[in-house]
Design a protein around this ligand. Structure first.
Ligand code: WQD
Length: 340
């Protein structure tokens, strides 16, 4: 039986906290490294409430190589590291490119250096479907071409994947998985953890739930003149719990196969849903009316992209268990409880 200690950078964040819950449920001992720049310390306690095990955490800026190595040196038997710590807002990255490159590339290089120093051989990396850019086809596989980035955020993910691939070649026995998320939505069914966007949300789901709660006056649908059945953009919305479980499967894949290469996986449902369909489903499943209007297109949006997720199904033995309606319900239940 492999060891149980897993290092998790950004483990108090949205995807990170749900993954820590699933790691504990799978019998692992996750060690969180987070500086709470995009999360809250009380999320750690909530993880403890859910799993009855409060994970060890270290408040550390993952760009700080000395500080990170001070932490990692305590866990030489760690079986792997899951790297979430990064900035992730497309719009913000256009305004603050240097912050995005410094943080997203800086933390990755720091983490890889610490892994090399202490002989940790398995990395699970949080990547994104944004690397496909304005794809030639609506449905993309892992072999679909990585296109020219449409934002600094997207470029940091493309660059990070390259760094990890080169590192996998250079460091003996180093194995890694690049997990390309589609559109994560939803929250833990307990409503104890979920997405905590800082400031005005960039993403559709938190904007919808904040509008339903009255925090935002109305949702603007960014364009209804796209070449899609109802004119609004189509995306692949995946429940954050399914995404979390995929990270445990990816870690187990690396340790069980003693993978010594760099393997890429799309993590999506394989189904496309339009913005108007999301709004209608959200209203139906939560029995409410959402205040929204059609507005102009948002710069950089692609008409449609969703995943061919067959590879993750076959290789990781992973499939989505939650439905879109589950995600829309859990998102709203979580939102209603924020600040209570
Ligand atoms: C979804 C759809 C908008 C807000 C980005 C990143 C991706 C990942 C997820 C980090 C689009 C429409 C949105 C609003 C709207 N991020 N929309 N009104 O752009 O598909 O993906 O976030 O990992 O890497 O690229 O997600 O939620 O911003 O938008 O109409 O107020 O909702 O036009 O069609 P996106 P999104």
């Amino acid at each position: 039986m492999h060891g149980k200690t897993v290092l998790v950078t950004g483990g108090a964040g949205y995807i990170g906290s749900h993954t820590v819950v699933e790691l504990i449920n799978a019998g692992y001992d996750p060690i969180i490294l987070d500086d709470f720049r995009n999360s809250q310390p009380w999320i750690i306690d909530r993880i403890g409430e859910i799993t009855k095990i409060t994970p060890t955490f270290h408040k550390v800026d993952c760009q700080d190589e000395i500080a990170v190595k001070e932490v990692v040196k305590n866990y030489p038997n760690a079986i792997g590291l899951i790297h979430f710590a990064a900035d992730k807002a497309v719009g913000e990255s256009v305004e603050k490119p240097i912050q995005y490159y410094q943080n997203n590339i800086g933390t990755l290089c720091t983490v890889l250096s610490a892994m090399k120093s202490f002989g940790i051989k398995h990395l699970v990396f949080s990547s994104s479907c944004t690397v496909y850019g304005d794809a030639d086809t609506a449905i993309v596989t892992e072999e679909s071409p990585v296109k020219e980035a449409t934002s600094p955020y997207g470029d940091t993910k493309i660059t990070s994947e390259k760094i990890i691939k080169y590192n996998s070649d250079a460091v003996e026995d180093f194995g890694s998985t690049l997990l390309r998320y589609f559109n994560p939505i939803g929250a833990h069914p307990s409503s104890l953890i979920g997405e905590l966007p800082q400031g005005v949300p960039n993403n559709l789901m938190p904007y919808i739930t904040q509008t339903a709660k009255g925090i935002r006056e109305k949702l603007t649908v960014f364009g209804s003149d796209y070449d899609t059945p109802d004119g609004t953009n189509i995306r692949d919305y995946i429940h954050v719990m399914d995404l979390a479980k995929a990270h445990v499967k990816a870690l187990q894949y690396l340790t069980n196969t003693e993978c010594k290469s760099c393997v890429t996986f799309n993590l999506g449902t394989g189904k496309g849903t339009s913005v108007l369909e999301i709004i209608k489903a959200f209203e139906n499943v939560n029995q409410l009316k959402l205040n929204y209007e059609i507005g102009p297109r948002r710069e950089g949006d692609v008409a449609q992209i969703y995943a061919n997720a067959e590879k993750a199904k076959e290789v990781l033995d992973w499939t989505c268990e939650y439905t879109l309606n589950d995600a829309l319900k859990h998102s709203w239940e979580w939102e209603k409880g924020i600040g209570e």
